[in-house]
Design a protein around this ligand. Structure first.
Ligand code: FPP
Ligand code: MG
Length: 303
């Protein structure tokens, strides 16, 4: 496989996106009154803590691929990161994966308490929809905003992220075949990644059916590649680099790509998916370079 040389300096692009989304996220995480200080402190702790911001980057990059102003995508970028942060807080709870380390720090239920962590997740999920509905951050026409709402709701609900988590919890200790593993990951990880690309495209105000179809194909490949790489890192990386416990999948007896098809085949599959993602973008011009660079980042990332 040969990667396309990305003309954007990806680390600069990533930094710019992180600064942009973090500035907006801060506005949603200001404590509105003293009685809520602990809840907001815990939400802030769970969101502003060194995440890679891959999903907001996908929002901005999809918007740029369709010549949209990234300012128009701020609400969507915040929304997907708020959902992602909520899902991590709940995923780490004792009733789920029972993890004590996330993004290099104690998980929210350890740093605060379990009830607080449940409310943090609930609060972040609601804030995501608030961010998407706020026309200062999402100046799209009302009808388009409603469409964006539906995209996000479907992706994070029982037919998406929540459904994927349910499959994940039921799969513990069971042998899944590759197609069952793929169904789980397309829901658990892929749905929000696909929604991020779709929301960025819609936020541009320039989305046509054909470009949405191509971007969906890109996002499906990238969404799965993200999870394949996540499984590889669980085997190959270390706790300090990952910021979460290395080997947690094995410890939890979770089915993964390396356990199912072997490490080398998993790496090959990640590269195949990367190439599929690039092929989906063949009709796009230079404006799609950030999306191309992101596909590469996703399969080359070390944490
Ligand atoms: C790592 O993201 C996270 C994933 C690969 C997604 C895992 C999916 C869940 C935990 C779903 C949980 C769902 C519910 C409903 C509880 P990342 O590498 O982008 O992490 P970062 O933001 O810390 O960089
Ligand atoms: Mg989990």
């Amino acid at each position: 496989m040969t990667y396309n040389k990305a003309p954007v300096d990806f680390s600069t692009y990533q930094k710019q996106c992180q600064v942009r989304v973090d500035a907006a996220l801060e506005l949603f995480l200001q404590t509105p009154r003293s009685e809520l200080q602990r809840l907001y402190q815990a939400m802030h702790y769970s969101v502003v803590n060194g995440g890679k911001r891959v999903r907001p980057m996908l929002v901005y990059a999809a918007c740029e691929a369709l010549d949209g102003e990234t300012e128009r995508a701020q609400g969507a970028a915040c929304a997907v990161e708020l959902i992602h942060a909520y899902s991590l807080v709940h995923d780490d709870l004792p009733a789920m994966d029972d993890d004590d380390l996330r993004r290099g720090r104690p998980t929210t239920h350890i740093a605060f308490d379990e009830a607080c962590a449940i409310l943090v997740g609930d609060g972040l999920q609601a804030l995501a929809f608030e961010a998407l509905s706020d026309n200062r951050f999402n100046p799209s026409q009302a009808e388009l905003r409603l469409q964006m709402f539906a995209v996000l709701a479907r992706a994070v609900g029982p037919a998406g992220l929540v459904g994927g988590q349910a499959i994940d919890l039921e799969a513990v200790g069971h042998q899944l075949d590759q197609s069952a593993l793929e169904v789980m990951h397309r829901h658990k990880t892929g749905a929000l990644i696909e929604a991020s690309v779709q929301l960025g495209a819609l936020a541009s105000g320039n989305a046509q059916d054909s470009s949405l179809r191509a971007l969906r194909e890109y996002a499906r490949a990238v969404g799965l590649a993200f999870q394949v790489q996540d499984d590889i890192l669980d085997v190959e990386s270390d706790t300090a680099t990952l910021g979460k416990r290395q080997g947690a999948d094995i410890a939890h007896d979770k089915p993964t790509y390396p356990s199912l098809i072997g490490l080398e085949a998993a790496k090959h599959y990640a590269r195949v998916l990367h190439d599929q993602a690039l092929s989906a973008l063949h009709g796009f011009d230079q404006g799609a370079e950030p999306l191309r660079a992101l596909a590469r980042f996703i399969v080359e990332r070390r944490h």
